[in-house]
Design a protein around this ligand. Structure first.
Ligand SMILES: C[S@@+](CC[C@H](N)C(=O)[O-])C[C@H]1O[C@@H](n2cnc3c(N)ncnc32)[C@H](O)[C@@H]1O
Length: 401
């Protein structure tokens, strides 16, 4: 089995072969993601003008040049010197196009975040465990990732549900010379799990089958988005634990829940946590869950955020100045202020609980300081407070005569 660097070496052989052949390929008249003339085209990318874009594994660079001509600021990265040389020879001094010869992982580690990262057929040559952590950091919040990946090869061998590479064949054009290359040919479910683990939400998976009935080749086009905070249903792992996931999701999203949200979290926190599929978020979520029924944990969190708040308040002013006066504010600062705002607005959720128990309009509850707030200031945890409230409201309800 070959390694990733052997695979790049094979692509270098391919690039040198194409340089020697000197064959002039035409510019793209249609954008394809895997099979010529089949499947979605450039329209899935939307309006590109003014966006910072990365073409990952760009080869000859025709896709990247096409987008640069549409007003995007495109960096085209390829690890093979020969492929890079082909691109340089073809697109010297092209406005909006930056050709870089580097391993895509090394490039993403140092680059400023992109609005869009796309890859036409190259992602499966890189180990997802190496690529995805830097890819998540290399995408701006809300930024998109679109990539096509082999799903079934010409022999009819389908994708793997395990995170393992396998050898596939790369034939040098115009010859019968075959070279093995290492590829991660994965099921859509595994791609989705991997993306979610790195804070990206899968938005669409499109099948691209060969139009020839006797050809098994099939690709998938994946469209994902980098999220600031991953929403709760995305946190839950499915697969073998579908039943638990469905039961919890049903209860969580019910129109008429059997109990307030905070009590649901307090009672089912271990089950919810067992489904959490984002390793990097697990510690944070565990703490939040614990703080619902453990007052000491709640106080520790509040103290942490209060201390952070002083720093963040100063940062908030800097961001405001940046917006009003055009002073520069770095990406990290904007990001931390956004997180703080999310934390503060979270308390509004608790106000909704008051109206649930009392049967009042949520807007009225929002207008006053909550009983829960007062109870927690006085040393009671949230779950005990709401259990007392429910017990109290049940005791005062007069049964119909
Ligand atoms: C199938 S070609 C796709 C080229 C181009 N996207 C296209 O559609 O014409 C795969 C490309 O990925 C590049 N590649 C493989 N591993 C890479 C890595 N670790 N970093 C950057 N590029 C890589 C190869 O050199 C090769 O040019």
């Amino acid at each position: 089995m070959t390694t990733e660097s052997d695979t790049v070496e094979t692509w270098n052989t391919y690039g040198n072969h194409q340089l020697t052949r000197g064959l002039e390929l035409p510019e793209l008249d249609r954008w394809d993601w895997g099979i010529p003339g089949t499947g979605p085209g450039i329209e899935v990318l939307g309006d590109m003008a003014g966006l910072r874009v990365l073409d990952l594994g760009s080869g000859l660079g025709r896709h990247a040049a096409h987008l640069a001509a549409r007003g995007a600021d495109v960096t085209a990265v390829d690890a093979s010197p020969a492929q890079h040389q082909r691109a340089l020879a073809r697109y010297p001094d092209t406005p909006g196009l930056h050709l870089v010869c580097a391993d895509a992982v090394a490039h993403l580690r140092d680059a400023d975040p992109y609005d869009l990262v796309y890859s036409v057929g190259s992602m499966p040559y890189l180990d997802p465990d190496r690529l995805l952590p830097v890819l998540a950091n290399g995408l701006a919040p809300g930024g998109r990732l679109l990539f096509s990946a082999l799903h079934t090869n010409s022999d009819g061998t389908g994708p793997s549900a395990e995170l393992m590479p396998r050898p596939e064949i790369l034939r040098l054009p115009g010859t019968t010379e075959d070279h093995p290359v290492n590829m991660w040919v994965l099921t859509p479910q595994l791609w989705e799990d991997l993306l979610v683990q790195h804070g990206l939400r899968m938005e669409a998976v499109t099948t691209i089958d060969s139009p020839k009935p006797d050809n098994h080749v099939s690709y998938r086009l994946y469209a994902a988005r980098h999220l600031q905070r991953v929403p709760s249903p995305t946190l839950l792992r499915s697969g073998s634990r579908d039943e638990l996931r469905n039961a919890l999701t049903r209860e969580w999203l019910a129109d008429k829940p059997s109990r307030p949200w905070i009590l649901f979290v307090a009672d089912r926190s271990a089950a919810l946590l067992s489904l959490c599929r984002i390793e990097s978020e697990r510690a944070w979520i565990k703490r939040m869950f614990a703080s619902v029924s453990d007052y000491a944990e709640y106080r520790a969190l509040i103290e942490y955020y209060t201390a952070e708040g002083a720093v963040l308040e100063a940062r908030r002013r800097r961001v405001r100045n940046a917006l009003v006066h055009g002073n520069p504010a770095s990406f990290a600062i904007v990001d931390s202020v956004r997180e703080y705002a999310t934390f503060l607005s979270g308390s509004a959720l608790n106000l909704g609980l008051g109206s649930y128990v009392e049967g009042t309009v949520p807007a009225t509850a929002l207008a006053k300081r909550t009983d829960e707030f007062n109870a927690m200031q006085a040393g009671q945890d949230a779950a005990s407070h709401w259990r007392d409230q429910l017990a109290g409201s049940a005791a005062t309800t007069t049964p119909p005569s």
